[in-house]
Design a protein around this ligand. Sequence first.
Ligand code: GUN
Ligand code: ZN
Length: 406
Amino acid sequence: MASGDSGTIPGLPGFIDGHIHFPQVRVLGAYGNQLLDWLQKWIFPEEAKYTDRSYADGAAVKFMDALLSGGTTTCQAFTPSSPVSCEALFDAAAERNMRIITGLTGIDRFAPDYYVISPDDFYRESKRLIEQYHRKGRNLYAITPRFAVGCTDNMMERCSQLKKEHPDCWINTHISENPTEVYQARVEFPDCPDYTSVHEKHGLLGPKFTAGHGVWLSNDELRRFSESGAAVCFCPLSNLFLGSGLFRIGRATDPLHPVRLSVGCDMGGGNAFSIIRVLEEAYKVGMCNNTMLDGSVNPREQDLAEAERNKLSPYRAFYLATLGGARSLYLDDILSNFDKGKEADFVVLDWKAGQAAMEWHQSLTTETTPATMEEAVALLFGIMACGDDRNVDETWISGNRAYKKS
Ligand code: GUN
Ligand code: ZN
């Protein structure tokens, strides 16, 4: 933390969002469906509009503005299956000099004909986009198989080929989000004993691989993530909004096999852009993991240490949103703290802003600028538990102020 004026929490490294969808801005907060029906009813029809470059350009402005006003300075984002939309997002990020990981999304089944992309077209266009954008300025490319239910073996094999030909690229996907999806993935890949083995079979699991959600990953799958260096992005807003389930953060952070973790809003599966709100919901999910819905405690007979880890401390929460997220994306050598030589992406939080009584209840911790680390962290927990993007005062990108709350 760096020091700041009275009334603001001293600057923090900018927030890192490990999992978000560029083409879902307009379907944020869609009513009434769980994952697979929600995709068909709301998502594919909207994402199909992004074949129009001007529609995609307009959306990119709103997407970037929403990220910055929430304090997010880096994200790993899904595009639709249209190459022009991917160009629009890379160009919009470059215009703001913002670090982004994104890439063309591959899906060749489970979606309407007007939306799918063939494995050959996906491969050809991905290669073109990698040449055009990867490591140009702050842009980084992610090979992006949307999810196993939407990708044939042929599509997964094209992703594998791309990774072999461009080993420096990232891989971004979804895994084990919703019970029906997990079942469907098992049906589609009968030769794979679990969801993770779909990615192992195609040689994708490993460093710079991130899978969103992982709510229903088994203990053994979490161990294989840990050992291979692959990451999970915890998306609590989405997991609650779409009714997908409770991610077991205490298990994923087991010191015997800790998984690299980031947090993500998963907008529009998640119903907000705000990483502050993501941390709030992450805390609630962890607390619920320690209670059975019938009221019994520690139903999974998890050990007490795991139960303790389910309780997301403000230290761990803000670590996940900054340096921990960067580590999960293999960007911690260049991002997310104040070490000399690192990229200057910061957020300045206002601990008194937000809900009506925020200033008064925060004053229980301190009336003035926090004098100790303990006070500062207590105020940060106050922001994470009760705040949102109204608590973001300024966002800085590459040493320049990119957002100031009016
Ligand atoms: N799985 C495949 N596509 C999606 C998506 O757009 N959002 C979420 N939350 N899960 C997915
Ligand atoms: Zn997602």
